[in-house]
Design a protein around this ligand. Structure first.
Ligand SMILES: Cc1cc2nc3c(=O)[nH]c(=O)nc-3n(C[C@H](O)[C@H](O)[C@H](O)COP(=O)(O)OP(=O)(O)OC[C@H]3O[C@@H](n4cnc5c(N)ncnc54)[C@H](O)[C@@H]3O)c2cc1C
Length: 470
């Protein structure tokens, strides 16, 4: 029976491990960060913003260097569960055409909507809606619906609408990918003997013998041999580890995509008393540049005991053509997102901000919101919108953030090119026994928060590996 190294215990690595062990393979799951400790149950009920303060769960090894901005940290999780242990838990799939295009434009046979939908349905990731919407989310959704938005759809293809979103939660507590997919294997005597989870084990590179992956080397200098290696270190580090391993395909580390977003700071009329998850709802809208390509994501101000007076509204573009790259500099990942580098993306972002401004103006009418700012220096949203197009976009480039949905840096395709680093089964071109099974392989980022799409991809690639190796 094959013995396989899975590198990274984020959503991708946890799903791959689950599928391979369930198929009878022996797996060693390597994770550079910490394991589950007693603090875990406390973490699972933490607010999103509090989770982001847990240094132990954050990877500080990547930074963004984009237009005009100083180097800014690029958020990723580390430790079992990866970014699923700290993210906003929103569950979306994307639009059918996102995946049909993978097949039609990028030559990824087998990744069309009907196959992908079945894979999503078979993931069985726990899910529930927030019990309480939160005042700010409620106001934003009501305003969008007054402006004509329908209900947002659930667990299915995207369509314009406004409403609550499904969250990776069970009984009001975060469900990270490790708890959902790996813990059950560890608790079952039949599968536990096939699995070893090595935390605080940083993989340095893949050991290559010619074109064949023979194992991995660790940061402490040790080497270990395996029958196959599956890379799940996330879209920032997976390509960099491949480059370190002497694999120099022209697409490795390139074609990086993320969803650009601008964060609008919203001053509320009253201090917040309620305790709700910060993200509970979503507005999906279309612009002249495409269907369902805008997200407005309300972030409730979570009560921290003293009450808070500020919420946020993230205005994001979810169908993008801009592409950046990642490279390693002094053992850190230097990221150029190149967001809004195409006219279509810039236009869509302008439309997202205008929509956000209209929705917030409507919310303001009920008196719950006092003012909306687009920076920390007091620039008001309506002042930004009043600018001519060129100066508005110049300002936006300076304030631009991202959803942290990195993908595409080892993209799938039918043949190796400057667009494709792995084939439609996730196997690295010109190698044997080496696969990539995380968000790196997306040929084009879907109109979705990326955790579920990443798990879907991991699941499908792992099935293929299991068929070949089990
Ligand atoms: C702040 C934030 C909020 C988000 N909110 C949402 C949301 O609400 N909904 C949603 O769908 N998506 C969200 N996302 C995105 C989503 O979490 C990611 O798309 C998803 O986690 C990607 O999974 P992954 O397994 O590819 O990578 P990751 O989650 O990044 O996991 C990679 C793992 O590999 C480990 N690793 C890396 N290098 C090594 C190495 N050399 N050796 C060993 N281990 C290594 C890391 O420590 C990490 O545990 C959010 C992301 C962020 C940053």
């Amino acid at each position: 029976m094959s013995r396989i190294a899975v590198v990274g215990a984020g959503p991708a690595g946890c799903v791959v491990t689950h599928r391979l062990v369930s198929a009878g393979c022996t797996v060693v799951l390597f994770e550079q960060g910490v394991g589950l400790e007693s603090a875990h149950s406390a973490r699972s009920s933490m607010h999103f913003s509090d989770a982001l303060k847990e240094n132990e769960l954050l990877d500080s090894s990547s930074y963004v260097v984009d237009a005009g901005a100083n180097a800014l940290p690029y958020l990723r999780g580390r430790g079992v569960g990866g970014t699923s242990a700290i993210n906003a838990m929103v569950q979306t799939w994307g639009c059918p055409d996102d995946y049909n295009q993978w097949e039609r434009i990028y030559g990824c046979t087998g990744w069309g909507w009907s196959a992908v939908r079945e894979e999503f349905q078979n993931l069985h990731m726990g899910s529930s809606r927030a019990l309480h919407f939160g005042g700010f989310s409620h106001d934003v959704v009501n305003a969008a619906q007054r402006m004509g938005a329908g209900e947002v759809q659930h667990g299915a293809a995207c369509a314009d609408g406004a409403g609550s979103v499904a969250l990776s939660q069970v009984d009001g507590k975060r469900l990270d990918a490790f708890s959902a997919f790996v813990l059950p294997l560890m608790r079952n005597a039949n599968t536990a003997e096939l699995l070893e989870v090595r935390t605080q084990s940083k993989v340095e590179a893949v050991l290559m013998e010619g074109a064949v992956a023979k194992g991995i080397s660790l940061a402490d200098g040790t080497e270990e041999h395996f029958d196959a290696v599956v890379m799940c270190a996330g879209a920032i580090w997976t390509p960099l580890l491949l480059l370190r391993s002497g694999l120099f395909g022209p697409a490795i580390g390139r074609n990086l995509q993320d969803h650009p977003s601008v964060s609008i700071i919203v001053q509320l009329a009253q201090n917040v008393e309620e305790i709700v998850p910060e993200v509970t709802s979503l507005v999906i809208a279309s612009s002249a540049m495409g269907e369902s390509n805008i997200h407005l994501l309300p972030v409730n101000a979570a009560s921290n005991g003293s009450g808070m007076q500020f919420a946020q509204l993230a205005a994001a573009v979810t169908k993008v053509s801009s592409r950046g790259l990642v490279k390693e500099v002094n053992q850190k990942a230097e990221i150029s997102l190149c967001s809004l580098s195409t006219n279509d993306d810039a236009e869509a972002m302008r439309a997202a901000l205008i929509l956000a401004s209209d929705v917030l103006a409507s919310v303001k009418e009920n008196g719950s919101v006092l003012e909306c700012y687009v920076d920390n220096e007091g620039t008001r949203l309506h002042e930004l919108i009043a600018h001519d197009e060129a100066s508005m976009m110049k300002f936006v480039q300076r304030q631009l953030g991202a959803y942290s949905h990195a993908s595409g840096t080892c993209a799938m395709g039918d043949t190796e090119s400057d667009r494709a680093a792995v084939n439609a089964a996730g196997a690295v071109f010109n190698t044997r026994q080496l696969w990539v099974a995380d968000a790196s392989v997306f040929p084009d980022i879907p109109r979705a928060a990326t955790q579920l799409p990443t798990m879907m991809v991991a699941s499908r690639i792992a099935r293929g590996i299991a068929q070949q190796l089990a």
